[in-house]
Design a protein. Structure first.
Length: 156
């Protein structure tokens, strides 16, 4: 395993030998597929091990969404939505919705309990075709559950 070299001279804290050993041990545990959460490590080998059929299925769903929706609302909290948000901002920018394009705007909801935030988003989508994408491990977290029920009712 090739280690990444990291210059820590300007981070403002001392990286001790003990911290280095712990970081290396954690990395080895992660790549060995062991330890807590080891059944959720599929991301480690992405994208190198994703097959073409999976990519084709993703592209087909994306094309379907582009054809039917002016807006996609991604509902989730914490890591359940941050991955999607990070990918969008990495591939485009944080100003994605402000740029003229032929793809749907993407808004995020269900990551707070703010009634104002929900009502602002309702106002943004009430007169456009929109789809929702719910990302949740349990389906029982309060914030995404509230947002899902509200936007499902608008869709129906």
């Amino acid at each position: 395993m090739e280690l990444i070299k990291l210059d820590t001279t300007k981070v403002g804290i001392e990286i001790t030998e003990e911290i280095k050993r712990e970081a290396i041990a954690a990395n080895e545990l992660l790549h060995a597929g062991e330890g807590k959460g080891s059944d959720f490590l599929g991301w480690i080998t992405l994208p190198s091990e994703i097959d073409q059929a999976h990519l084709d299925a993703i592209n087909a769903q994306a094309a379907k969404l582009r054809a039917v929706a002016d807006v996609v609302i991604c509902i989730g909290i914490g890591g359940s939505y941050l991955g999607a948000r990070a990918a969008i901002e990495f591939c485009t920018s944080q100003n994605y919705n402000l740029v003229k394009k032929d793809t749907p705007n993407i808004y995020f909801s269900g990551n707070s309990i703010s009634g104002n935030s929900l009502l602002e988003l309702v106002d943004l989508v009430k007169d456009v075709d929109f789809s929702i994408n719910v990302i949740s491990k349990s389906g029982t977290t309060t914030e995404p559950a509230i947002a899902f029920r509200l936007f499902k009712e608008l869709l129906v």
